[in-house]
Design a protein. Structure first.
Length: 262
């Protein structure tokens, strides 16, 4: 779980702003690919703040901001994965226009992996748009979802369970002023992913790359391998040093690996 300060929010279309995405233009001003990032449970678009400077030329970053946090604090969290994926797909259509402009790639971490899968499926079903690549991080495939009841725990137990995966900026939950502002999105995200139980998810036509931390207590290499049947294209996986939040201290290594695939 991670919390950081908000930055300006902008959409990817010319002059268009969207509360759903923070836009980081490509460093060289061109756009050959748009990378859409989806954060973890309790996470924010700030997870991707450092990525733009590490992406190759021509790659524009859209960091997704889920409702119920930071500048969207007053908005209720999505009640289901279907609602969240539908609304994000609608937002991409609104911001990018017919055909969605440049090709897309999707990256999701933990909860965001399921979001990336569901958005990719909707893009194909609605528009016949197949992402250039779907990168899933720190979570097994949808058909391995086991549900759960962490979202029903009291506040202290919920925070302790989230910390058990790894500590990313969790000290904010110890602040008595911030805690009541931040806990609803954490609890809401856990409720959403724990109620997400697809029985027979359809494979994507997009290539899938699965990545994770070698010491992640919540996602083993077997969990990463569970994504293999969910693509009719190519599949690969790679692990990096670290726990569930390996992608923060090892951001440079992760992006060096991914940048060879954009």
């Amino acid at each position: 779980m991670g919390v950081a300060g908000a930055r300006g929010v902008a959409g990817a279309g010319a002059g268009i702003r969207s509360r759903w995405f923070r836009r980081y233009p490509a460093t060289d001003g061109s756009v050959r690919l748009r990378l859409v990032g989806f954060p973890h449970a309790g996470g924010t678009a700030t997870l991707f703040h450092g990525w733009a400077a590490r992406l190759p030329g021509g790659v524009e970053l859209l960091a997704t901001q889920y409702p119920g946090r930071q500048e969207r604090l007053a908005e209720p969290c999505a009640e289901s994965m279907a609602e969240l994926a539908d609304r994000i797909t609608d937002a991409l259509e609104d911001v990018l226009g017919p055909g969605l402009g440049a090709p897309l790639a999707l990256f999701g971490h933990s909860l965001g992996s399921a979001v990336a899968y569901e958005v990719a499926r909707r893009l194909d079903e609605r528009h016949g748009i197949v992402p250039e690549r779907v990168v899933v991080s720190g979570r097994g495939a949808p058909h391995t979802e086991r549900g759960g009841a962490l979202h029903l725990l009291d506040d202290d137990a919920l925070i302790a369970s989230a910390r058990g995966l790894g500590d990313l900026g969790s000290a904010v939950y110890d602040d008595p002023d911030l805690r009541p502002l931040l806990l609803p999105s954490l609890r809401g995200d856990f409720r959403l992913i724990e109620s997400y139980r697809p029985v027979a998810p359809a494979p994507l036509r997009a290539p899938i790359t699965a990545v994770g931390g070698v010491d992640d207590p919540g996602c083993s290499q077997a969990d990463l391998l569970s994504w293999r049947p969910l693509t009719t294209s190519t599949y690969e996986h790679q692990v990096f040093p670290g726990d569930h939040f390996y992608l923060v201290p090892h951001e440079a290594e992760l992006l060096a690996y991914l940048n060879r695939r954009w």
